[in-house]
Design a protein. Structure first.
Lengths: 354, 324
């Protein structure tokens, strides 16, 4: 596998079903199949997102968990057709049966800020600093809602009210810098929701917010999801948020899906050693604090894209449970309680991928 | 070292910032960042200072590290008036109190190798003979879990976790009595943050250093700190042993922080929805009362004092522990 860094990244390296696992309930809204995003690094194209398949059902909340370098941001960008220049993207992305990968740029207008809404980590950078919240909301509404200015103003007030913006009417006149981080994020949410999206991509939407405010925003997301039947793809490193606000979890490591699970399985003991390590090293309040204050940690760190070597399990160098096969071939996703895990510990006895 | 007394004692610290008011050039107001904050830190102890943005926690840390001067209040280091020192006397004693910041990329000098960063305080404070500096640097890097060759690398060549280790090694170079850690793991990935927390705990055990550990994250603070002080809009609203404070918060705001940081999907107690008040305009009476679900009439009129409740706990609430 050493010499394959220059090979087309789309070529499957392990025999694995490319089909995404259908979410347990509801019709599939978003399906990502075998998606690879290769970026130039260290003189070659290397996969930042590596043959990722996942599906989100209508109205479902799927959490995508990963640390820096896991590929979660590149995956989101690829879904909305915004991969960086020089990237090579392969695989399929479908939204409600529509093939997004073959969409001409001219048709993206009805998808980005249409069927798909987005909110990001830093609301300050997502908003235009020199225009009022009202003007920015109006722009989003004008794209999707027929009707005159007056009707749109009423809609804008309604949109701010829907995200629990206090005093929506005066909120329309506010400039982003006059608002607190929590209010800015509410404004971003109102803009993202203006088009009535079927899917909301939320990239670390609470990372820059205070804890009590973050909880409010996540609960607001949950309420809007239930009210509108909107699906949410929540990218986060916050396992506390996952445990409380997601229906399912997909864990990414080094561009690969390493585990698909349910939040309750995380607490019970995840199947993949990386997910287990992540859970143990995550700061959270214990019901009964133990005398041992040290965290159980994952040793080492994830290598840069340019320093990663294919072959074997990408987590093996940091894995406390690695054994011989982990160094030489990559495990498939094997069935485990509540999901699947890419780890030989769960390989069926016969050796056939599940 | 003085016998049993606290290493650091802060009493009634106040600090206001002048901020321009909207649209009118020249007009300005005072933002009260600290409104009479008191705390103490014992030898080999960690005081966790937890609070959200605008709580004044960073201001408090910088005052302790003598990077900022308070408007009022007193600060004693080993019984000595830490605020009275200036000039050469202050420079000499700075080695006793060091600081580690959130973003090592911003706090490290981009043009100095990791080794040179760690060597700098040794030179400035003349803590090692020229011929011993390299050996000292090697040992300090080893203490923070970095291999020798890291000395030759520049900040941009290191990972976030490695950079924070270099910043910690630099802070430890002067053998400080107290290290102010201002959000030291907030910019790091979960698995790396846990490694840094463990490192800080190890170093404390080996060297007996005290920490003022500042963070917005109660989960981390309660893990690292022996005692925790909760700041809200420039005032301590609750203080006590970490375990007890988390297990049974007495102040409604502490209870809200506990609810936010907990993973358990249970019907939690939380503040009333709505934006936190502006630090420019702290509400009258108890500054938490507009968000407090158990606030009564008295809370809007009168500010509750920070009062002892026994078992080493203090709380500024007229109805402590009543939010269930």
């Amino acid at each position: 596998m050493k010499g394959d860094s220059g090979a087309p990244p789309a070529r499957p390296r392990s025999p694995e079903s490319a089909a995404s696992v259908p979410p347990p309930t509801g019709a599939t809204l978003l399906s990502v199949e075998d998606l690879t995003v290769a970026l130039p690094a260290g003189g070659a194209l290397r996969p930042a997102v590596d043959r990722v398949s996942l599906a989100v059902a209508a109205g479902e909340s799927l959490a995508l968990v990963g640390e820096s370098g896991s590929g979660k941001t590149q995956l989101l960008r690829a879904i909305v057709g915004l991969s960086p220049e020089g990237a090579r993207v392969s695989g399929r992305v479908r939204l409600g049966g529509r093939d997004l990968r073959s969409l001409p740029e001219s048709a993206w207008g009805s998808v980005r800020g249409g069927d798909i809404g987005t909110v990001f980590q830093e609301p300050a950078s997502a908003l235009d600093p020199v225009r009022t919240i009202g003007a920015q909301l109006d722009e989003a509404l004008a794209l999707h809602a027929p009707g005159g200015r007056r009707a749109r103003r009423a809609k804008a007030i309604e949109a701010l009210g829907a995200v629990s913006f206090p005093d929506p009417e005066s909120g329309l006149e506010a400039y982003p810098h006059r608002l607190s981080g929590g209010l800015r994020q509410r404004a971003c949410l109102a803009i993202a929701l203006a088009s009535g999206p079927r899917l909301l991509l939320a990239d670390e939407p609470t990372a820059s917010l205070d804890a009590t405010v973050a909880l409010e925003i996540l609960e607001l997301l949950g309420r809007l999801r239930r009210e509108r039947g909107m699906a949410v793809l929540l990218v986060t490193h916050d396992l506390a948020a996952v445990a409380r606000h997601a229906d399912r979890v997909v864990v990414l490591y080094a561009g690969r899906v390493v585990e698909e699970s349910r939040p309750e399985e995380l607490a019970r003991g995840a199947a993949h050693p990386y997910t287990r390590g992540l859970w143990r090293s995550a700061p959270r309040l214990e019901a009964s604090p133990s005398a041992e204050r040290r965290y159980e940690t994952i040793p080492g760190y994830l290598a840069d894209l340019s320093a990663r070597r294919p072959g074997g399990c990408a987590f093996a160098p940091r894995c406390p449970e690695r054994f011989a096969p982990c160094q030489t071939r990559e495990p498939a996703l094997y069935a485990v309680d509540g999901g699947r895990a890419r780890c030989f510990l769960h390989e069926p006895a016969a050796g056939a991928p599940a | 070292m003085s016998a049993a007394g606290p290493l650091l004692e802060a009493e009634g610290l106040t600090k206001g910032y002048t901020v321009p008011t909207r649209f009118f050039a020249g007009a300005s107001r005072i933002l009260p960042a600290l409104r009479g904050v008191s705390f103490s830190i014992g030898p080999s102890e960690t005081l966790g200072l937890v609070g959200e943005s605008g709580s004044g926690k960073t201001t408090a840390g910088r005052i302790v590290a003598r990077l900022l001067s308070p408007d009022g209040g007193s600060l004693r280091l080993d019984g000595e008036n830490w605020l009275a020192l200036s000039g050469a006397a202050l420079r000499r004693r700075r080695r006793d109190v060091q600081i580690v910041f959130q973003d090592p990329l911003a706090s490290l000098n981009p043009r100095l190798s990791a080794g040179a960063q760690v060597a700098e305080p040794l030179r400035v404070h003349a803590l090692a003979a020229k011929s011993d500096i390299a050996e000292n640097v090697r040992r300090l890097l080893g203490d923070v879990g970095l291999p020798e060759e890291t000395a030759l690398r520049f900040p941009h060549e290191l990972s976030g976790g490695q950079r924070q280790r270099v910043a910690i090694a630099r802070a430890l170079a002067t053998q400080p009595r107290l290290v102010v850690c201002d959000e030291p793991v907030s910019a790091l990935d979960v698995s790396i943050a846990a490694q840094i927390v463990n490192l800080l705990l190890d170093l404390q055990e080996r060297r007996g250093v005290s920490y003022l550990f500042i963070s917005h994250d109660l989960a981390v603070v309660s893990r690292v700190a022996t005692r925790v002080a909760v700041l809200y809009l420039g005032a301590v609203v609750e203080e006590g042993p970490a375990g007890a404070l988390v297990a049974r918060p007495l102040h409604p705001y502490t209870a809200a922080l506990v609810a936010s940081a907990s993973t358990a999907p249970r019907p939690d107690w939380r503040p009333k929805p709505g934006p936190p008040p502006s630090p420019l305009d702290p509400p009258p009476g108890c500054s938490f009362h507009p968000r407090c679900p158990i606030a009564r009439e008295r809370c809007a009129r009168e500010a509750p004092p920070l009062a002892e409740t026994g078992s080493g706990r203090r709380v500024a609430c007229f109805y402590p522990g009543e939010m269930g």
